[in-house]
Design a protein around this ligand. Structure first.
Ligand code: AMP
Ligand code: MG
Length: 521
């Protein structure tokens, strides 16, 4: 197995001079060298061939002992020196101080075909940032991360990738519901891959300590290596950088809203500087369209990170990043202007994304109202988001209202919920929709094809991940493999996977792991 190693981060930024691996506050450092804990009996459960290829590895490499040893943290790849990164963050709206890679260890950067990647093990043991926790991860949450990161990639949503999923062979103690019932679970390690793992919180840490020297070093490093097209200097450079982070973050959120993804823990330490989805914890997929939904039981009371609030929270997080970068800019006005543009831009992009979902190529002013009335209707009774939009593409220009309505009827969880008023509202909506698609120039089949490129047929429904976890716990990975294969082509019909194009079964409605998840992982 041959990787092309690069060590920009550790050669250009200041290292923590203390090399003891005990939880502590780390100052004036961008990283701490740390060695992964040797797993007692590592084994490979699954690897993403596509990610392996991207970093220059073959199928043969995946099956090698080198691969097993390197990506389980068993041995250190020659020429590399693993490290963990400090960062801070706002958790659930409150300042949390120093956090950092408590159970993530960066192995190295690699270069392949002129692209650079950082490879990071999650669950490979304690670091100086582990605080009171153990540094490990369990199989359950690692399967969720591995499957979902790759599913998101294939859906076209910007995300960190997942190279591999391994069992460590060790047991890890977790209290899933935080109710005093800890139990041992299988330990696992995922290797995540991203351009870098620099987060909003990385900048917040230095800013909060008024360490402007390292704030500048980190920002300059980030721009030089990850935003090389920014050719400006001084304040203009930092503003261009912030502007771009705002834009890519916004784009990512529009994608989340398009596919019905709820991140669950949008703390500023979980926001990538690249505008890619990071940290798959208690995330979930909307089944019934409900803007108030969050899968995260820890957020049950305020539902800060509910589906409908994600665009607003991203902006809140960007304000924190702006505050952190402020010492490099010393002028609030241009930062505020960028932040203020976010809302207008979001409205615009959201509208266009919804037009795509509805099959509108032509932009009409009245689309705003049509979309608003649709999202209101979708919330009236339990309606499956994925099935609704996918089936909507089967409506034709000549369909009578009742035929059109019947096309999407499968999306309702309980048809009995549809009282007379709601039925009437739906009929009114479909009348308007019919007029609207008749204004389009594309034929029915062309429109359908177009819509099917943005409305996935298959998403990683919460209960599906849970079923594969239950099997994997017993050592059966066939369902995990099946889901992985299916999610590679989420927009294709894939008749052999038709059974997964279905509403959430009733047993999964209020089940832990399916509709309710805690941060315990
Ligand atoms: P999260 O909510 O997963 O984004 O984690 C918040 C912080 O807690 C981060 O600094 C993590 O590295 C840390 N953390 C979470 N789980 C563990 C664990 N099992 N061991 C050590 N640190 C952890
Ligand atoms: Mg995190």
């Amino acid at each position: 197995m041959k990787l092309q190693i690069q060590n920009n981060f550790t050669t250009e930024l200041p290292a923590d001079r203390n090399q003891t691996n005990v939880p502590r506050q780390v100052h004036q450092s961008a990283f701490s060298f740390v060695v992964p804990k040797k797993p007692s009996n590592p084994s490979l459960i699954h690897a993403s061939t596509n990610v392996a290829n991207a970093i220059g590895l073959s199928q043969e490499d995946i099956l090698s002992t080198d691969f097993l040893n390197t990506f389980s943290g068993s041995t250190i790849y020659p020429g590399t020196k693993p490290y963990a990164m400090p960062y801070a963050g706002h958790q659930f709206g409150n300042w949390a101080g120093q956090l950092g890679d408590g159970r993530a260890i960066n192995l190295t950067e690699v270069v392949h075909e002129n692209k650079s990647y950082t490879l990071q093990l999650k669950g490979a043991g304690p670091t100086p940032y582990s605080r009171t926790a153990d540094g490990f991860a369990v199989l359950r949450s690692s399967i969720r991360e591995h499957l979902c990161a790759e599913a998101m990639h294939y859906l076209g949503v910007p995300t960190t990738r997942s190279l591999s999923l391994m069992l460590s062979g060790d047991q890890v103690l977790r209290d899933v519901l935080y109710n005093g019932n800890p139990a041992y679970e299988k330990g696992a390690i995922v290797c995540r891959v991203a351009p870098s793992f620099i987060r909003f919180g990385s900048f917040e840490l230095f800013a909060s300590r008024e360490d402007h020297v390292n704030l500048k070093l980190l920002t300059d490093f980030t721009i030089k290596h990850h935003f090389p097209h920014i050719q400006k200097e001084g304040v203009e450079k930092y503003l261009a950088f912030f502007h771009e982070v705002t834009q890519t973050t916004l784009d990512m959120i529009v994608h989340w809203q398009r596919v019905g993804f709820v991140h669950g823990v949008m703390n500023t330490d979980n926001m990538s500087i690249h505008g890619i989805t990071i940290d798959y914890g208690p995330y979930g997929w909307l089944e019934d369209y409900n803007t108030g939904w969050t899968p995260n039981t820890t957020d049950n009371q305020h539902k800060r990170y509910r589906f409908g609030n994600q665009p607003e929270i991203a902006l809140w997080n960007l304000y924190q990043l702006a505050n952190a970068l402020y010492p490099l800019i010393n002028d609030a006005k241009p930062l505020e202007a960028i932040l203020e543009a976010y809302s207008t831009n979001y409205e615009k992009e959201y509208l266009n994304m919804m037009r795509d979902k509805l099959g509108f190529q032509i932009k009409k002013e009245q689309d705003v109202v049509l979309i608003q009335s649709l999202t209101q209707l979708l919330e009236k009774v339990e309606t499956d988001m994925t099935i609704f939009f996918r089936n909507l593409s089967n409506v034709t220009k000549d369909d009578a209202v009742i035929i059109a309505f019947n096309t999407i009827k499968d999306a309702f969880y309980n048809e009995k919920d549809l009282d007379e008023t709601i039925l009437k509202d739906w009929h009114v909506w479909f009348e308007k929709y019919s007029i609207r698609i008749n204004e389009e120039t594309l034929s029915d089949s062309e429109r359908k094809n177009q819509m099917n490129t943005v409305n996935p047929k298959y998403v990683l429904r919460n209960y599906m991940a849970q079923l594969s976890i239950d099997d994997a716990d017993k050592g059966d990975y066939s369902l995990l493999n099946e889901l992985f294969e299916m999610l590679k082509n989420p927009y294709d019909e894939q008749p052999n996977f038709q059974k997964w194009f279905a509403k959430r079964p009733d047993w999964a409605r209020d089940k832990v792991g399916c509709s309710m998840l805690s941060c315990s992982s």
